[in-house]
Design a protein around this ligand. Structure first.
Ligand code: PHE
Length: 442
């Protein structure tokens, strides 16, 4: 029975009250843009992979993972918001579409051979989120990790061995690094009870140098297309303290690019519990995760994330994987094939229910989540929707009912839309809001 099961990548999964994967999403599972030759996501992946030549790569792991892999194994608390059905696609209660490549960390650590030093995992990931030019419910991430054995057979200590590896990394003259915080901080960025400060200092240095090298390579390629001649100028980067349930200490790396600080990746020292659980208690190391679309967009000057999904030759034919004589990646700048006009339409409605029954204002809105609107519009308008945003909201002083107004911007990247077409879509959106979300149109 099709209603009791969900078919994903030719396999059937039992469904239950947690299931929330729409067909607009399940249709995209086979696409795997990170494996499509000459696709900007693939080119970006290969550029980063080229900076870690000794690492094993895992690029075809299934996107369908257990709740344990995606959350529990990484130490996410049971009440973490990322676990909610408003943020995550559930196949059923125990199974999700991975929300990040970290879902594969524990399994990959468990399968590491004695001589493996590091790995990279690239994959499609799935999140319910806003609709705008930089968010799409399916995107691609790369995870990287590197490990050292804690009980060496030789005579040098762990930190000596790690520092020796730091020395092997390329020295970067053209990166200006700001890193004002101490490696660990008792409240903000604690040392794990399993670790020695000296070892963590060495791992942090190796992690930071390796990732500075990656962003240097990316931004050198990006500069060559956007500001030719400025390639020799120093790139400004800064390390910011961060928090992830599965690393400590943790950081984010930000890069100064076209007047803004851009967050490029998250990283840290892997929580030892994960290594213990993976049967590798005597390994210690670092991990990072980054979003490939964000990088591909600036690398190739791609203005809208929907373009990555385009099957239009006018988009696809613009990219070819290319390396210079010195092995560095060369990318081309995307030339928009045409610019079609945006078509904004507003929709206003009252949320279901009132608070007069004593439920407080919460009773009004407990079952409303903005991501439901985002998905409904995408479901109906597909890639013709560019942006959905809240433009007005108020609560009626007498009835305490809440009113919201959303603006939907329709625009095709491939053709000019007709008035009738947009009006038809917007009518369907209005109808869908009533039928599926139970709101009352104003
Ligand atoms: N998985 C994290 C994210 O999606 C990124 C990350 C990976 C952070 C590995 C630390 C280590 O935001």
């Amino acid at each position: 029975d099709a209603r009791d099961s969900l078919k994903l990548l030719d396999k059937s999964y039992p469904t239950d009250s947690w299931t929330n994967v729409p067909s607009t999403i399940s249709r995209l599972l086979p696409r795997r843009l990170h494996l499509q030759p000459d696709h900007p996501i693939t080119i970006t992946r290969r550029l980063i992979e080229s900076r870690f030549p000794s690492f094993a790569t895992h690029n075809s792991l299934s996107p369908i993972v257990s709740v344990h892999q995606n959350f529990d194994s990484l130490g996410f608390p049971v009440d973490h918001p990322g676990r909610s059905r408003t943020d995550t696609y559930y196949v059923n209660q125990d199974t999700v579409l991975r929300t990040h490549t970290s879902a594969h960390q524990a399994d990959t650590f468990a399968s590491l051979g004695a001589s493996d030093e590091g790995f990279l995992i690239s994959a499609d990931v799935y999140r319910r989120d806003a609709v705008d030019r930089s968010h799409y419910p399916v995107f691609h991430q790369m995870e990287g990790a590197m490990m050292w054995s804690r009980d060496p057979s030789g005579s040098s200590s762990l930190s000596e061995r790690i520092w020796a590896d730091v020395e092997k990394l390329r020295r970067l003259e053209d990166v200006e690094v700001s890193d004002p915080n101490p490696t660990v901080h008792p409240e903000r960025n604690p040392l794990q009870k399993y670790h020695e400060l000296g070892d963590v200092e060495a791992i942090a240095a190796h992690l930071k140098r390796s990732l500075e090298d990656v962003v240097r390579e990316i931004f050198a390629a990006a500069k060559a297309v956007t500001e030719p001649g400025s390639e020799g100028e120093a790139l400004k980067v800064r390390w910011v303290e961060a928090y992830f349930p599965f690393t400590s200490p943790s950081w984010e790396l930000e890069v100064y690019w076209q007047g803004d600080w851009l967050e490029v990746l998250g990283c840290g020292v892997v929580k030892q519990e994960i290594m213990i659980e993976a049967g590798a208690p005597d390994k210690i190391g670092w991990a990072f995760g980054l979003g490939l679309e964000r990088i591909a967009m600036l690398l190739c000057s791609i203005p809208d994330i929907r373009l990555f999904w385009s099957q239009d030759e006018r988009f696809l034919s613009q990219f070819r994987e290319k390396r210079g004589d010195d092995g560095t990646y060369q990318v081309n700048k995307f030339v928009p094939f045409s610019k079609h006009p945006p078509c904004p339409k507003d929709v206003s409605f009252w949320l279901r229910g009132t608070s007069s029954a004593g439920g407080g204002t919460k009773g009004n809105t407990h079952d409303f989540h903005e991501n439901d609107i985002m998905e409904l519009v995408r479901d109906i308008a597909g890639d013709i929707v560019e942006d959905v945003s809240l433009v007005d909201e108020f609560t009626h002083p007498k009835t305490a009912r809440k009113s919201m107004c959303y603006r939907v911007i329709y625009r095709s990247l491939e053709r000019t839309l007709t008035n009738e077409e947009v009006n038809g879509l917007h009518e369907k959106v209005r109808g869908g809001l009533v039928e599926r979300l139970g709101v009352e149109l104003r």
